[in-house]
Design a protein around this ligand. Structure first.
Ligand SMILES: [Zn+2]
Length: 58
């Protein structure tokens, strides 16, 4: 069960030296931290949230 928290949310691979991304509270590995792939994954996550948020205004 603990394995899930060891999987990077950007590359979806189990890696060593994971830490939690403060913005989304998900595990991310050092290889992905600060890369465009991280930004892309963040965009996908926050976009989904923003959509639900904006829906009421239209
Ligand atoms: Zn990664």
């Amino acid at each position: 069960m603990d394995d899930f928290s060891q999987i990077c949310f950007v590359c979806s691979r189990p890696k060593e030296g994971m830490h939690r991304h403060p913005q989304v509270n998900l595990p991310i590995c050092n290889d992905c931290s600060g890369t465009d792939a991280e930004k892309q994954a963040l965009d996908d996550l926050t976009e989904g949230l923003a959509e639900g948020f904006v829906c009421g205004c239209i």
